[in-house]
Design a protein around this ligand. Sequence first.
Ligand SMILES: Cc1cc2nc3c(=O)[nH]c(=O)nc-3n(C[C@H](O)[C@H](O)[C@H](O)COP(=O)(O)OP(=O)(O)OC[C@H]3O[C@@H](n4cnc5c(N)ncnc54)[C@H](O)[C@@H]3O)c2cc1C
Length: 361
Amino acid sequence: MAKLLIIGGGPAGLYAASEAAKLGFDVTLCEKGNIGENIRCAEGFFDTLKLLGKPDFGVLYKVKNLIIKVKSTYKVNADQLNLWMLDRATWQKKLADQVKNLGARIWENSPINPKDLVKLKREYDFIIDASGAPSVTSRLYGFAKFYKQNSGKTVQYTMEGDFSHLDYSLKVGLLPDFWGYYWIFPKTERIANVGIGNFDPQENDRLWDRLDKVISDENFKGYKILNKIGGICPTAIPDKLVFDNILLAGDAAGLTSPLHGGGIDMAILSAKEAVKSIASDWANYDKNLKGLFDKKLKFERLLVKIWRERNLEEMDKLIANLSKYGIYLLLANPKLINGISLQILEKALLKRKPVGIKKVL
Ligand SMILES: Cc1cc2nc3c(=O)[nH]c(=O)nc-3n(C[C@H](O)[C@H](O)[C@H](O)COP(=O)(O)OP(=O)(O)OC[C@H]3O[C@@H](n4cnc5c(N)ncnc54)[C@H](O)[C@@H]3O)c2cc1C
């Protein structure tokens, strides 16, 4: 029984623990706080590659529509997307129970610092670092700054008020001269996560001010703010994902979507891949993982380029014609994403030389 240490009890850490316990590893998971607490997330679970399906726990509802506000407001039917609203606290607590029932140990209130890691590397056969961004490993190996330089920045309120008009749909909105978006993700008719993200790593933005303006424009006057969080969405994979016997998974591996910052799906898939690699060819984890996400990330980066060369009026037209351009087809059928479909999309939509596209994209 190989001894495996997992750092972090978020989606990546919990799925790694569950997969490894099922394979008979001797698993210990250390979480710095309590599982299911201090979560930074809007709680929309988009299974973009359709490899996961509906989560076993914590699902609040299957999303009916995406409401996209540009100049006008559009409703895009989400029936064909694997998109659910989750209560992440419930989901993660139930996952942790499942992990314990499989025989793994979970130590809460047990932060691992970079100095501990030096010793733990010798004590365990393998370590999966799922501590988010910046990861504990990055602080030992000196690449912590990489995440901040390659991340979307976000802020979010959880609000109480009347969100019944959204009718089990998620709303996102684009703003002029802003490479990012705001979101309103209702958890119930009365509670929603309302946030904004800036995906231009160069830009230093007053995001809380922007969010307050969104709230006033959306007429959420008198709504109560229940919680306030901020965080980063790392959108680039570090050069290496294996450091001695440590493998990075989830946000620690830079795995949130460069298009929208969602990362729950890639956290789960990378955790599964890390365990699979440890059980077979761990030295190839980098390669296996990049192969798994290659087409998805190329597709999302292409959409980012298209977005970046358009102003709000042009984006309005694009969203109005989402189906015509085949973008929706690829979102609904990720198996159709390949070199040919991406080339067609590129030819149809990337007409001008992109301006100011950073290497990270
Ligand atoms: C505002 C915001 C909104 C978002 N909304 C969405 C969304 O709607 N949908 C979506 O798919 N993604 C969303 N994301 C991204 C998503 O939250 C992450 O991609 C996902 O949580 C990554 O999972 P993870 O397990 O890799 O990391 P995390 O969820 O960050 O979990 C890491 C865990 O490690 C623990 N930890 C950290 N340091 C240590 C340490 N030193 N020792 C022990 N434990 C440690 C932490 O306490 C935490 O529990 C959002 C992100 C932000 C910031």
